[in-house]
Design a protein around this ligand. Structure first.
Ligand code: ACO
Length: 515
């Protein structure tokens, strides 16, 4: 027998060697989960260079600059995984395709928040608690009634989450002590119970508040969340049910007993799957906002209100609305080539295509196409569908989009479904917020349960403003003037056109108007 070659154990050195050319010093930065700790760089110090500014604080350590969080991991999370290159999305390890096929929204909510698929009895307990907590205090009627008649539903919903917090002093660390939620990390059962109650309330009342924001503009009375329905059925009921005291019901029925109302099962299931698809998407802008806000330990209602405000922006929750506006502007399939040519000349943007993370395909877009077919079979196709299909097919064959890895995202189709279901366009972001509340509370809870405790999210900046200078008295100042350099003169909106005209009229008397 020949001699055996001794096995050499190959151990990988999980570190990064860094040489600071300012000082010639070498550092070894640990790599964990293919990431390096930004705080390590604080130990890399150098004397100020000849061209350095004191504000660069060279002696206090190197800073890591990442404008827009392009490559910064802000938290360790066990909730959602996305592989943007391979078009993969998983909640707690389960592929989104399997969840959309087999699960329900509240089951996915349980999974996202508590980490495991529930047993039957665990799920029915959770469903009961969430649906029971949908009922709002009667005073909320006055709150919603105080908005202007044309208030945007997202403005109402954002305010409503903050308003909701005013009811629950037991959920407020400013009143109860700042460890109110962080002591959950030690398994304190009372603290966990208190946290769960707020979670039930936030998810349960999300549909109620959204429905109130919808009905107030319709001039309809609010309805109490029903019993015996699923989460999405209950939402549709709260949006659409006409109570016996509603003027329409009263005119069609002399009876004062409530008419039975059951949402169409295909539409309820379609909305349920859409809610599953929108429930979480790891560190998107609004979830990050919830965590940023939550890190200073306010009540969870304030953190969710902040997330709602972040989602409202057209770069986040508003893209589905932009798709519809784009399709209306294109008008018909014949105009698609002209539109795409304008996109390629960078005069227009193809809304609903492209994604910061997904570079081949958005897995949600395939599921949503199937839902679209189910919905259109019930509602009839949307007149914009032909234009959408022509645009979709042409863009996928066009080298401009193929070479830039621009594929349809979830928003390309979701707006068409919402439109077919009869939702007004400014309600689309609300339909995104309701399910995303689940993702927000899952991330917030995970942060509160962190064994290391909660650190306030306080980033640094690179200061590029003036170095120290001395105060200058009025007499010695030179005016800095021009657009953007001083406060603008504005037209006062309280001044009606008639009044302005009246003042112009007063020119005859020799009084000069500046308006
Ligand atoms: N139409 C035309 N060109 C596009 C589009 C688009 N929709 N998206 C990206 N591009 C082009 C860019 O101009 C750029 O071209 P260049 O390299 O020649 O300059 C290239 O593709 C790379 O795009 P980036 O801007 O670097 O991609 P980024 O990751 O920064 O942006 C974003 C992603 C914001 C989603 C972008 O693709 C976009 O604006 N899409 C349309 C809006 C939209 O659908 N948003 C919804 C996203 S999904 C969601 O939030 C649920």
């Amino acid at each position: 027998m020949g001699q055996e070659t001794p096995k050499v154990k190959q151990t990988r050195n999980n570190s990064l060697a860094v040489i600071d050319n300012r000082t010639g010093k070498q550092y070894s930065v640990p790599i964990t989960h293919n990431s390096i700790p930004a705080t390590f760089f604080k130990s890399i110090r150098a004397p100020a260079g000849p061209d350095g500014r004191p504000e660069d604080e060279t002696e206090r350590g190197l800073r890591v600059a990442d404008r827009g969080f392009l490559n910064t991991a802000v938290i360790e999370s066990a909730i959602t995984y996305i592989d943007g290159e391979r078009g993969i999305l998983r909640y707690r390890g389960y592929p989104i395709e399997q969840l959309a096929e087999n699960s329900t929204f509240l089951e996915c909510a349980y999974l996202l928040i508590y980490g495991a698929l529930p047993t039957r009895s665990q799920l029915s307990h959770f469903e009961r608690e969430v649906l029971l907590h949908g009922i709002m205090h009667a005073d909320a009627t006055k709150f919603f009634g105080s908005f202007r008649y044309d208030a945007h539903p997202m403005a109402m919903l954002t305010s409503a989450f903050g308003y909701l917090g005013s009811y629950y002093e037991e959920a407020n660390p400013s009143l109860q002590g700042q460890t109110l939620f962080t002591k959950c990390a030690k398994g304190d059962p009372e603290a966990l119970q208190n946290m769960d109650k707020q979670i039930y309330r936030l998810i349960g009342k999300a549909t109620t508040l959204a429905a109130m924001a919808y009905r107030v503009r319709q001039g309809r009375e609010f309805v109490v969340p029903p019993t015996g329905m699923s989460y999405t059925e209950s939402f549709l009921y709260q949006l659409d049910h006409l109570s016996p005291t509603d003027s329409f019901s009263a005119s069609v029925s002399a009876s004062s007993s409530p008419s039975p109302y059951k949402p169409h099962p295909v539409l309820a299931r379609a909305l349920d799957v859409l809610f599953i698809l929108h429930a979480d998407h790891e560190m998107n802008a609004s979830s990050t906002t919830v965590l940023q806000t939550g890190s200073s330990l306010p009540d969870p209602y304030s953190a969710v209100a902040a997330g709602c405000a972040s989602l409202y922006g057209p770069l986040h929750g508003g893209a589905n609305e932009a798709v519809i506006r784009m399709l209306v502007a294109i008008g018909s399939p014949d105009n698609v080539p002209g539109f795409l040519a304008a996109v390629k000349r960078r005069e227009k943007v193809l809304s609903g295509f492209g994604h910061r993370v997904y570079k081949t395909s958005d897995p949600r877009s395939f599921i949503i196409r199937k839902i679209a077919n189910d919905v259109f079979a019930v509602t009839g196709p949307d007149p914009l569908l032909d234009t959408a299909m022509a645009l979709h097919d042409a863009a996928l064959k066009d080298d401009y989009f193929v070479s830039r890895k621009l594929a349809p995202n979830v928003d390309f189709w979701s707006g068409l479904i919402y439109r077919a279901m009869g939702f007004p366009m400014d309600f689309f972001p609300v339909l995104f917020v309701v399910p995303r509340v689940v993702g927000w509370v899952a991330h917030w809870r995970q942060m509160m349960l962190s064994p290391e405790g909660v650190k306030i999210w306080r980033p640094r900046q690179i200061y590029v403003g003036p170095s120290e200078r001395s105060y200058v008295s009025f007499d010695e100042r030179e005016a800095v003037q021009g657009p953007g350099k001083e406060p603008s003169a504005v037209v006062h909106s309280g001044m009606a056109k008639r009044r302005r005209l009246a003042e112009v009229g007063s020119l005859a008397t020799g009084v000069k108007s500046k308006l």
